[in-house]
Design a binder for this molecule. Sequence first.
Ligand code: PLP
Length: 383
Amino acid sequence: MSHRISKKVQEIKPSGIRRFFDLILGRKDIISLGVGEPDFQVPWKIREEMIYALEKGYTSYTSNVGLYELRNEISKYYRKFGVDAASENIIITTGVSEAIDLALRAVIDDGDKVLIPDPSYVSYKPLTILAGGVPVSIPTLPDFKLNYEKISQYAKNTSPKILVINYPANPTGISYRRKELEEIADAAIEYDLIIISDEIYAELTYSFDHVSIASLNGMEDRCIVMNGFSKAFAMTGLRIGYVIAPEDIVSAMLKIHQYSMLCAPIISQIGALEALRNAKDDLEKMKAKYMRRRNFFVKKLKEFLEVRKPDGAFYVFPNIKNTGLGSEEFAEKLLMEKNVAVVPGNAFGECGEGFIRCSYATTMEKLKEAIDRIEKFVRNIDA
Ligand code: PLP
């Protein structure tokens, strides 16, 4: 413990994903099903638009909230998920990562409780702690979904202020249909919760249409919806996302954003505008490929591990409990013996123990090779 470092920072752990990936640095012949990053290039027309923008010298700050044209386009775009937000309710952020941070910091007072599903994406818990809040995990086993009972059980005793949801979900790939969202909304109303809804994988929903929880009756005023371009348009390194929130919360978030970030990068904002206006066909092509990979990978995995078919995103979360190995041991041995990298499920919370996360954002050829190696590894443990 160092007295120079803030207690809050000392309290949070480094990301379990990154820690594991330090192990594979510099190693050859590794097939990585590890990082949650599309293997596609940013569609050419988006790159071209950004190149033109650079040539024209668009290198200045934009307004703190982001380009009006982009906010206006997002406002129209989100109608497809049922939300009719005014552009005044939108801030362009440097990725959903910043949006999560802003939302938590804008709403949390010291000691406020934040309900977070377990397992879930790695940043919700540490960012809650950094904002002065107290994370309260809701175990989601066996189906990895939240419902009225699970939320009630934890909301009853802790008087939380916020509920975080993410669907389609990282790391499990589960998503919610309208009926299931209505149950979550009922709990939010009953316990007077603000919902942070991370919908970054909305476009990558395969089994049914994505519905934003903010579109349900009475929910728009208690929802902070966030989405971005990293996953759907393969724009991870461009760091661009956005948040849609009620007026008071947007103003509070903007106060932080204008001091801590000023604005999202202008070139990325221009690329995002092109993505929404003209890259729907590229998106559909990538989505079709992800879906084919999901179907192939899950079918093969089912031959030797218990696995639930994910509804969306690009992750599969098989149960490895029958192998007798813990998540970390499984992932480390698989890496050392078969050169396949996956993420131990416990990097996403205690309920992830006994599972591994495999990302299928890689080529079919690599997926085929990876599944062969995983099968041999698992069957060898059984022997
Ligand atoms: N939210 C979820 C659920 C994610 O899986 C990720 C990235 O893996 C992010 C947010 C971060 O997104 P961005 O690149 O927009 O910051």
